[in-house]
Design a protein around this ligand. Sequence first.
Ligand code: SAM
Length: 164
Amino acid sequence: MVRYNEIREGEVAIDPPSPTDAGLVFIGRIHTPWTDRLMTPRQGRQDGPVCRIEIFEPWVAALKGLEKFSQVEVLYWLHQSRRDLVHQSPANDGITRGTFALRSPVRPNPIGTSVAKLVGIEGATVLVQGLDCLDGTPLVDLKPNRCEFTPIAPPQPGDFETRG
Ligand code: SAM
């Protein structure tokens, strides 16, 4: 069951350490049809609605070549999540699991990932299907889907030898 910020039976919250600045920059904003967490799918589907990923300057040039891929891995910041639970009860039935054994949005660093279908790129906008985040969710990164990605040159003998 999707939550707002309530603590459920059996769940354990901790007093989290102060954030250290990893220098994260949001590179865009995701536009989806969902404005309420309770209405947002738990996981995106590639036959779901087309969502628009707006890329901010100066990062638009970094889209070059992405159009060659049919799927894109999208990393986003689930900005409305609480970040202090170590045990969670997704079904709200008192049965808990550790945060790292779940794909819950509630995590110390609330990063969500989806492999989405690339529908098209229009200037600074990437159109995809397969997301599960709120309208206005900040974008952390975009990558070609790992399965489709081929290194530019195959590894050469000696590439992995340690030098020293
Ligand atoms: N697909 C991602 C993953 O597996 O890493 C996220 C999965 S998470 C279960 C998706 C849920 O996060 C949605 O159903 C919604 O309840 C919640 N959510 C979506 N966008 C959010 C946001 N910006 N802030 C907080 N929660 C969000």
